[in-house]
Design a protein around this ligand. Sequence first.
Ligand SMILES: *Cc1c(COP(=O)(O)O)cnc(C)c1O
Length: 352
Amino acid sequence: MSITTDKVLDSRANQVDPANIQFGKTYSDHMLVADCIDGIWQDPKIVPYGNISMSPATTFIHYGQSIFEGIKAYKNKEEEVSIFRPYDNWTRFNRSAERMAMPHVPEDIFIGGMKELVSLDRDWVPTSEGCSLYIRPFMFATDEFIGVKPAENFRFMIITSPAGAYYSKPTRIYVQKKYVRAFPGGIGFTKAAGNYGATMLPTLEIKNLNYDQILWTDAIEHKFVQEIGTMNVFFVLGNKVITPDLSEGTILAGVTRDSIIKLLKERGIIVEERPLSMQEIVDSYKKGEFREAFGAGTAAVIAPIAELFYEGETIYPASQEKWEISNWLKKELIDIRYGAVADRHHWMYKVC
Ligand SMILES: *Cc1c(COP(=O)(O)O)cnc(C)c1O
């Protein structure tokens, strides 16, 4: 597979003010495009970032065969650019693809293409701590056909966008029992576009009540916690860290989630992956053992929870000065990403 490159004449990278990056508003100079036609991947192209044109009958617009990923690249003090665990995103992308009856994207297009694209746009990777280049690979069905059937043609693309330091003020969480995000047999474990479309109305409703995020509960009994917003969720109850397990297919297997579990276990902290009910969290709160709770994902990394509204009452973790675990994790992940400590897990994939 060879990648052809059509470079821009003038880079826009110097127009970005590193102190004032608005996430998702600016895209780097180039993007990657690869088409899969009747099951055969065509050679990818790197071209100037720009609009794409398509038939209004393009199938994904109507029926949602569309998936994506979110990954970050970091620049360390030596100006080396590395991507955080891209192979984990690649395998997850292909799991999403399978569930959505879409083709696997081969390594030389997903990883090879990303490496080439990020190297070419390396001036877009911000240097200051907490900043990164957000990488968005995505794929959608491109058949020009409005009959409902699995498509035969697909387009894979990668765009990138500089991301500033993300400070997440402790969030107010609404425990959702009316709407559901995921159910056994569904697509909760995939990054399929429709998963996000379905959360917009519930999110608007809780924002109007002045909450920041939803804590989703299971679809059948509304008893067990799943995720917050579009992040995995962790609770520190007593001396244990508990996060929902992945067995039902209702939880997105976060790369941040996996990294956190590994870091905590290495430090000798007890981590349990298992069903966790709201009742257990409330009981722990009543015993004074609800210490911390946080969301985890590529965008915010660690998003601490300030309070949870559940069945008419509000419960709180311990006060902010005591959030030892989330603060330690945040620092540990920053140190690994910017090269302040050894990358003992080989999580940083150096591109240039
Ligand atoms: C992307 C995502 C996550 C976090 O996954 P990371 O790999 O850590 O970024 C968690 N939950 C949902 C629903 C997501 O879409």
